[in-house]
Design a protein around this ligand. Structure first.
Ligand code: BG6
Length: 554
């Protein structure tokens, strides 16, 4: 669940306005009516009690609390919203406030944090000490929530499970036992007990570790919550370019007609990281790259690229289409697994000019570990749109560059009119590259004539960059998911059946790898683009992986 360090997002410091009445718990500056939503309109989440489990953990420290602060700075958090921490550690409300302040300072740098905004965010957070399986702790939590309902939360409660996944089930059960799940009291409806307000639960990844455990987790959740209360997070879906993918495809007339087997040659989806496993050795040893990145994030990106146009831009319509395309993914043939899936582990090397150790020498990693830090997968879809078009997914730690992108490679023109016009060979195929991070934006690589008397071709890139065009980066992914959940917009969250379907696709590969862990694993030097076996996988189909260089489209 840990995510890497990011450069501080943009902050705005409007004149603070303390005109709200006493009892404001979390509130942004009141001059702004709200902040713009990625899909138009302003963001106006309901006030709520935001209960965070795992509040002393890495995710809360590095992502969630800084995201809340930035939302507060943008006036997005309404009066009456209170952060409630629940944890095993003994802590007073004041100590909890200090913990939050440290997280904000660590993320943004103490010198740039707006003290008055911070004071407002941290005016009255609450902390409840309790074991995760202790009914008494949940009773204390319920009492605090009742109190906050009368102070502006209006009966709205959001439970955020930011703990290790091993704690999800017990937390869900305890919420149920304590009567905090209020079954039936979801958006716009009153529960059978007449309860007002909504109750939502946000579940972090990983969602299970295979099909069976994902099913079991869905079953436990389903006994306590209605599916319409459940927000399974995939923070990748909240990244700006990922959302822009839908706009690009469905708000423009020119892309959809060529978005199919007739024009698309193959698709690459890459999530390359330069970071290693940091201090997350024990988690990563259990997970590996396929579980950590491909099952939750890359398969979601894949389904957005490949799905049919939804009938409406709403959560059900979008999620139905994603589900249909996942169901159409052909089972990976295990008899020729190396043609479909590759795994590898990094050995020592140099990343961004620094020497880095091998994975098996990382903190709290077994010296003889066979956990993969790189995984590549080829998927094909048995439907009319995509028959015969391979989709290649790859991810890895300690690669040459941090880059997440989707590259749609188009077929060459049917007639080679300019065969001799380009030094070094034929016309380069067009590639549409959606840069998810960094340098969010997209590029279309096309052929152009070099200026001069002769007809000589050169590839050029038509480029759109958020940083250059809009000067300001949009909300971070965690800000987006927090506000979406508070607003009850489920579009960017994974539905239970999708989570299971992703495991249906990758599960057999994981099982096959588990049978002979030592046999199937390759190595790659840290700081490179991954193992030769992955190059061979894509080369067998006559293609090669992109090797994006910073600032240059290749
Ligand atoms: C997390 C993974 O889900 O995503 C991490 O557990 C990974 O291993 C992270 O580093 C990457 O997220 P981002 O947003 O930095 O690309």
């Amino acid at each position: 669940m840990t995510v890497d360090d990011e450069a501080p997002e943009r902050l705005t410091y409007d004149e603070p306005d303390y005109s709200d009445e006493v009892g404001v718990h979390v509130t942004g500056q009141s001059k702004a009516a709200g902040s713009a939503s990625p899909f138009g309109g302003e963001r106006h989440p309901d006030p709520c009690s935001l209960v965070m489990f795992g509040v002393t953990g890495d995710l809360a420290h590095r992502k969630l609390i800084p995201a809340l602060y930035d939302l507060g700075c943008h006036g997005v958090l309404p009066f009456g919203t209170t952060l409630v921490g629940y944890g095993r550690q003994e802590m007073t409300d004041d100590q909890f406030r200090d913990l939050m302040r440290t997280a904000i300072d660590d993320h943004y740098g103490e010198e740039v944090v707006d003290g008055s905004q911070c004071d407002r965010l941290l005016m009255a957070p609450r902390y409840v000490q309790g074991q995760f399986d202790d009914p008494e702790g949940f009773k204390r939590l319920a009492a605090v929530l009742d109190e906050l309902d009368g102070k502006g939360a209006r009966g709205n409660r959001m439970f955020y499970l930011a703990t290790p996944p091993s704690q999800f089930e017990v937390l869900i059960e305890q919420l149920g036992e304590a009567g905090l799940a209020r079954p039936g009291a979801f958006d716009g409806e009153h529960g059978p007990d007449g309860a007002r307000g909504w109750t939502r639960v946000v579940v972090e990844k990983p969602f299970g570790r295979d099909l069976e455990t994902a099913r079991e987790l869905n079953r436990v959740i389903g006994q306590v919550f209605d599916e319409r209360q459940v927000y399974r997070i995939d923070h990748y879906l909240a990244k700006e370019t990922v959302q822009n993918l839908l706009v690009l495809r469905f708000a423009n007339g020119i892309f959809e007609p060529v978005w199919n087997r007739r024009y698309v040659d193959f698709v690459e989806i890459t999530a390359a990281e330069t970071l290693g496993v940091e201090h997350r050795g024990p988690y990563y040893e259990e997970a590996g790259a396929l579980r950590d990145m491909i099952t939750p994030h890359l398969i979601q990106l894949f389904s957005l690229v490949a799905m049919e146009p939804p009938a409406a831009f709403d959560a059900d319509a979008v999620r139905d289409e994603k589900m249909k395309v996942l169901r159409a993914v052909r089972p990976i043939p295990l008899h020729s697994l190396e043609d479909w899936a590759v795994r590898a582990q990094y050995v020592q090397g140099r990343v961004e000019g620094e020497d880095v150790p091998a994975y098996h020498s990382e903190e709290r990693v077994a010296p003889d570990s066979y956990t993969e830090t790189y995984a590549a997968l080829k998927l094909v879809i048995d439907n009319w749109r995509w028959q015969g078009v391979p989709f290649y997914l790859r991810t890895g730690k300690r690669l040459a560059r941090r880059v997440t992108e989707i590259a749609i490679h188009f077929k060459r023109p049917p007639v080679a009119l300019f065969r001799d016009a380009q030094a070094g060979g034929g016309v380069q195929p067009n590639v549409l590259i959606l840069r998810v991070q960094p340098d969010e934006g997209f590029s279309l690589n096309i052929e152009s004539k070099q200026p001069g008397h002769s007809v000589a071709l050169q590839p050029v890139s038509m480029d759109f960059s958020y940083g250059v065009t809009l000067h300001e980066l949009p909300f971070s992914a965690y800000e987006t998911v927090l506000v979406d959940a508070m607003e009850g917009d489920m579009t960017l969250f994974t539905r239970g059946d999708q989570a299971e379907e992703a495991w249906r696709i990758v599960g057999p590969v994981l099982e096959a790898w588990a049978i002979r862990p030592e046999r199937d694993i390759s190595i790659y030097e840290a700081g490179t683009w991954g193992p030769e076996a992955a190059d061979a996988l894509i080369a067998r189909d006559g293609h090669s992986w992109r090797r994006p260089v910073k600032g240059v489209e290749t």
